[in-house]
Structures are given as C-alpha cells and as structure tokens.
Design a protein around this ligand. Sequence first.
Ligand code: ADP
Length: 322
Amino acid sequence: MKRIGVFTSGGDAPGMNAAIRAVVRQAHALGLEVIGIRRGYAGMILGEMVPLGVRDVANILQRGGTILLTARSQEFLTEEGRAKAAARLKAAGIGGLVAIGGDGTFRGAMRLTEEQGVPVVGVPGTIDNDLYGTDYTIGFDTAVNTALEAIDRIRDTAASHERVFFIEVMGRDSGFIALDVGLAGGAEVIAVPEEPLDPKAIAEGLLESQRRGKTSSIVVVAEGAYPGGAAGLLAAIKEHVRVEARVTVLGHIQRGGSPTAKDRILASRLGAAAVEALARSTGGVMVGEVEGEVAFTPLKEAVERKKDINRVLLGLSRVLAL
Ligand code: ADP
C-alpha cells in the first residue's frame, strides 16, 4: 500500500482535526501518501479528494470541527452507492482508509471492507463516547467541559433565584456526557437512559431535598433518558407534584470548540496508531485506548457491543448530592 485516504463522517467532534493531522504526519513517517476525502461518504461517492501533505495540516491541532467537512449520505446505504465509492478509491490509487467518526460511520466502514474489499481502520470521533473498545472517544472530554461550564453558569442563576433547572445534554441513547457533567457539576439528579426513570421518585427526591434546606437544584438529563428529553421529564414530574422549574437544552454548543489537551492527545495517538495498523493489516478494526494502552477491536464489536456507564460514579453522585 502506497496511498491511503482519510475522512471524517457523521457528527463532528472536537479533536477530529488533531486526528487528521496525526494520520497525515504518521503516514509521512512511514512513506505513505495521504488523500483527504471531503464530506464523508457523500464526497467519497462523488470523488471529492485532495492530497494532504504535512504542511496542509499545520495549525489545525487546536481547531474544532473538521477541515475535511462531514456529511451524511443516503446513497452510501445502498450497495450501488458503496460500489461507486469503492470505484472512486480504486481510480485514485487509494489502498486503504482511515475513517474518523461514530458508530454509523463504522457500520459503513464494515460494509466497505467486507463487501467491497477496501481495508478500513476506524478512529472513534464522537462526543457521545458510545463506542465499545475505547474508554473514551475523541471529543467527549471537550463536550463534557463545555457543558460543565454552561452548568456552572446556570447554577449561579439557580442559586440566586432559588430555582430548579432541568438541563438537557447530548449523548443520543447513552448517558456518558450526563453522568460526567452531572457528577462534576454537583447535580442533584442525573437522568440517564441506562437506568429506569421514575418521575414520581425524582419529584419526591426534589421535595425531600427542599425539606432538607436546599433552595436550588440542578437536574441533568441525557437527551435519550426520557421521551421528550428534559422538557418531557419535567412534564411527567409535574403530574405528581408542583415543581417550578426552568428547562435549558444545551444543544449544539456541546459539539464545537477547541479540543481539550486530553482530546488532542487521544486524537494524536489514535490517528497515528490507525495508520500503523492500516499499513500492516487488512483493516476492519477500530483503534481505541483501553486503560491507557492502544487497543484494537473489530469494527463489528465496536458498534454492536454496548459499553456501560460507570455505575460506581452514578452511585457516588447520589451520595454526594445530599
Ligand atoms: P456517526 O458516525 O456519527 O454515528 P451517522 O450515524 O450519521 O454518524 O453515520 C454516518 C454515515 O455513515 C451515514 O450518513 C451513512 O452514509 C453511513 N452509514 C451509517 N449506517 C450505515 C450502514 N448500516 N451501512 C452503510 N452505511 C452506513
């Protein structure tokens, strides 16, 4: 293999650029050329490609988003679309790919490897941290810190006005962001999809904490924890008790911004490891970090197995929220 491709796909995440930079520079060290594919699978089908030299990735380490742009592609969901993409890669002399994205991206990558014979190594880039085979995904730490900063600000208002705030954070159907943000922000309640939710019990808990002298409370709600998110949960709680509360949906501010040191280091390490893996294997794996070491997991396992939230930390958050 002389030439490899790199692309970002699905939701953007801070640190994707740091991963692209690492891919390009590690490839250079190994004597491989790199082609950047723009707009994910959509751009792959259209042949949107740019050569990436070591200088082309200067000054992007600290930038959020992705210089290669990202997109979602309906056409790639069809075998015909994937065949077109594979033909474009072949025509460009690309012998293997580094795919930076989340589980949807990796499902596509699996198909590309198994069905079209294109070796792909996945780099986990998603703020949701919902991939098996890595303790953390690239972008998660930045998203947690961004959401935490917002929660600290809301806490000031909650305390000053003696109010209850329901704050919805991202995470799709997982509670990783909610748990870390809730624990670090001292939330009175953390609602995650991994645990059954009882609106009545939450209502009683809020009343009980008022009886104990709390004048304000923060309830952190993962977007997938309850139908309708934070607003839906508050409505369900109001059926049991009269709780005056404000809802804040943090939304897309959690996705952008300059990556934290932790995310830059993770992205640098995993981007470089992906190129090394691609140079010596047939792909079909995701590169992650498990207990501080680089680890490889078949893409199939990475998307199909469920990584659990840290139940010990969830329990601790409840003890500390007294
Ligand atoms: P993420 O990678 O952040 O989870 P998406 O779920 O939007 O993002 O997936 C990104 C793209 O990957 C989709 O637009 C689609 O083109 C491709 N993709 C997702 N699932 C599959 C699948 N089962 N088979 C083939 N391609 C897929």
